[in-house]
Write a protein that binds this ligand. Structure first.
Ligand code: FES
Length: 56
């Protein structure tokens, strides 16, 4: 499922970013570009990031 339409970032991409070492929403943003354009996806993106970090 796409979380971020502006940058074409899926929830899977966010999880992969965390698996690859991203440790915060900011790091996921820097790596994927999620939430860096219109910002509408930021809330969902942050939630998925937090859950992925917790599940590590
Ligand atoms: Fe993610 Fe616009 S939908 S920045």
């Amino acid at each position: 499922m796409y979380v971020c339409l502006c940058k074409g970032v899926s929830d899977r991409k966010i999880r992969e970013s965390v698996e690859g070492g991203a440790r915060s929403w900011r790091e996921v943003q820097q790596e994927t570009g999620c939430g860096t354009q219109c910002g509408k996806c930021a809330c969902v993106g942050k939630t998925i990031t937090r859950e992925a970090i917790k599940a590590e």
